[in-house]
Design a protein around this ligand. Structure first.
Ligand code: DAH
Length: 340
């Protein structure tokens, strides 16, 4: 006994009510509406009917076909709505949540210190110039009036590249380059890396940084040097800084001095940082030696000048209470991150 259209529809309704996935609907479509489907068979079976029968039966069969088609399409649409809704729920973002934030890098404390020194001297009208790290022996020593037997020329103290070139041991050769290629008034500072054959320890590193300074003009005196460097110390370490100048020797300056500053930790009373003396050595300086001015072709009767040089690591260590120079070069973010 063949199923009636009504029976097929009832069964289809039961089956589709249980459909929960795409395949279920596809299976139902094939079962009822496919080439060998039950509804298709109904329609095919009308071939042997009378016109009267066919009218009635055709109407019923087509109604069943429409209903089942509707159920399948409706079910599929509902399913896809459910899936989309679930997906949206899963991917929901709370736009009011604070962002995750990511770590920002920071300038290295040496760079920060050079920047700070540079800003102070730029405020005093200096320009910044740079020289090469690989220098000539002439610029690093001879032109700076260093005697042939000066100990720093020794192979055990200086990294030579060739007989005539080396890794500069100081930024002072930039003085020579500047004097050769500029006319007074000259007013420059020059930060950069220097190299000496030192074994690393808490206060020595074979690579370190200096900032050189040079001012040459008519009528420049030691008073200009003292005023300039005293102003620098006060900007760098605070208005309470008191400076004093001790006689010293450098081949390229005459007279030469070292500048000390009242200890910014104890104010001069004596403490661990100043090793009890109340004073801290900050830099070397002096009036540019006429022999150096002559290398630049200057008339030493007309022009005078002063120069100075300071160790960047030393200043950074003093300012931040750092007790080992090697910390600067180990790239440990726990150290560097403290200068953000
Ligand atoms: N070049 C010296 C050094 O490395 C530092 C220095 C001293 C630089 C006196 C100067 C100066 O320009 O006038 O120890």
């Amino acid at each position: 006994m063949n199923k009636t259209p009504g029976q097929i529809l009832d069964e289809a309704k039961v089956l589709l009510a249980k459909a929960g996935a795409e395949q279920d609907f596809e299976a139902a479509r094939i079962k009822y509406l496919g080439k060998n489907g039950e509804v298709t068979a109904l329609l095919k079976s009308m071939g042997g009917m009378t016109a009267e029968e066919r009218k009635e039966f055709g109407k019923a069969a087509n109604l069943v076909k429409r209903e089942i088609t509707g159920l399948i399409n409706g079910g599929k649409a509902a399913l896809s709505r459910t899936l989309v809704a679930a997906k949206l729920m899963k991917e929901r973002i709370d736009v009011t949540e604070p962002g995750e934030g990511f770590p920002l890098g920071t300038l290295h404390p040496i760079t920060q210190t050079i920047d700070e020194i540079s800003r102070i001297f730029m405020g005093l009208g200096y320009s910044i110039t740079e020289g090469p790290e690989v220098e000539t022996v002439f610029n690093n020593f001879d032109a700076l009036n260093a005697a042939q037997n000066h100990p720093s020329r020794d192979l055990t103290d200086t990294f030579y590249i060739t007989k005539d070139t080396l890794l500069r041991t100081q930024t002072s050769p930039v003085q020579v380059r500047t004097l050769k290629s500029n006319e007074p008034p000259i007013k420059v500072i020059s930060p950069g890396r220097c190299f000496r054959a030192d074994t690393p320890d808490a206060t020595h590193s074979p690579m370190f940084h200096q900032v050189e300074g040079l001012l040459v003009d008519e009528g420049v005196t030691m008073a200009d040097l003292k005023g300039t460097l005293d102003a620098f110390a006060k900007r760098m370490f605070g208005d309470g800084a008191v400076t004093k100048f001790r006689p010293h020797f450098f081949p390229f300056t005459e007279p030469s001095a070292e500048m000390d500053m009242s200890c910014f930790v104890c104010g001069g009373g004596g403490c661990r940082v100043c090793k009890g003396s109340g004073w801290i050595e900050i830099l070397g300086c002096g009036m540019v030696h006429p022999n150096v001015l002559k290398v630049g072709g200057l008339d030493t009767e007309r022009y005078t000048g002063f120069a100075f040089g300071m160790g960047v690591e030393r200043i950074a260590m003093l300012k931040h209470g750092i007790d080992d120079i090697r910390l600067f070069y180990e790239n440990d973010v726990r150290f560097i991150g403290q200068f953000a």
